[in-house]
Write a protein that binds this ligand. Structure first.
Ligand code: GLN
Length: 296
């Protein structure tokens, strides 16, 4: 449909419904929510604002913006990319082409880390945290937002990703406790870390072509492609991390749906102990795998 022609002159409510119907007809997963978010962004209105203004008419220029957002969504660009930001752990994160859209599943890594820190009663200590392949900074920023005395270093091979992570740190008021370094995995890090977290690329190269269009066509492949068996990044990072952990320190990986045992084995082979069971995401899939360096 030519959305700009058909939506101008409709009420906000009617435009929202027309767009949702169009998304639904094109098999978009959450048509109502997506229509509301995109029209809200085009009109610069939040949920309440949309309700308050539901009876007013869409102008021609608003219809043009909505049409361009709609076109992008219909070519399977995720809503978060169209909006340029996404909520993660209650934080509003900016995104760029160089970063993954943070997934709700990845909050499992944050929850696992906080659970360990709180069980050891060290939440108020000046913990040193590293996030390998930080992307938008999601995991590290969430942890720093919860642990007021902690400091963090995020690495990424992509300077553009680090720019986005830096922007997020500033916007969230966490820039004074975080630094970033551009390098391959953990190769430029030194010193001792209490916690090392990572959501590395873990999709098997041959599986990339079969991913959802939303992911395959819009997430950076550098952040997805884990090599032939999906485990390349874990093989590279685990020994680096084992060497960087302080005694008693913990490495926490996000893993793909069938990788928890293999990644646990890599941690064991690198000399880490496995005292914590893997933690499942909301879908019941083991998502966080943890290994600990023996305390002296
Ligand atoms: N969870 C992402 C996906 O399924 C993959 C992220 C990653 O490789 N770290 O698309």
């Amino acid at each position: 449909m030519n959305a700009s022609a058909s939506l101008a002159g409709l009420t906000v409510e009617a435009a929202r419904r027309a767009l949702a119907a169009q998304f639904k007809a094109s098999d978009i997963d959450s048509p109502d929510l997506d229509a509301r978010l995109l029209i809200g962004a085009a009109l610069k209105l939040d949920h309440t604002g949309l309700a308050v203004q539901s009876a007013r008419l869409i102008t021609g220029s608003e219809a043009n913006v909505i049409a361009s957002f709609a076109q992008r969504r219909l070519s399977h660009e995720p809503v978060a990319r169209i909006l340029g930001h996404k909520e993660f752990w209650g934080l509003d994160l900016r995104l760029s082409d160089a970063t993954l859209v943070p997934r709700p599943d990845t909050e499992t890594i944050v929850a696992a880390a906080l659970q360990i820190v709180r069980n050891h009663s060290v939440s108020n200590r000046p913990l040193r945290i590293a996030d390998i392949g930080t992307g938008s900074g999601a995991i590290l920023l969430a942890l720093l937002s919860e642990l007021p005395a902690a400091t963090g270093i995020g690495t990424d091979i992509s300077p553009a990703a680090l720019e986005t992570a830096g922007l997020n740190a500033q916007r969230l008021g966490l820039a004074d406790r975080i630094s970033f370094v551009q390098c391959d995995y953990a190769s430029a890090l030194s010193g001792r870390f209490d916690l090392i977290v990572s959501n590395p690329p873990y999709i098997r190269s041959a599986d990339i072509a079969a991913l959802d269009h939303d992911v395959r066509d819009h997430d950076p492949h550098l952040a997805l492609d884990g090599g032939i068996d999906g485990l390349d990044a874990y093989r590279a990072i685990t020994p680096q991390a084992a060497a960087l952990l302080a005694p008693g320190g913990v490495l926490i990986f996000e893993v793909g749906h069938d990788q928890s045992e293999q990644v646990s084995a890599l941690m064991h082979a690198a000399g880490l102990t496995l005292p914590y069971p893997p933690k499942a995401d909301l879908g019941g899939i083991y998502r966080a795998v943890m290994g600990r360096k023996a305390a002296i």
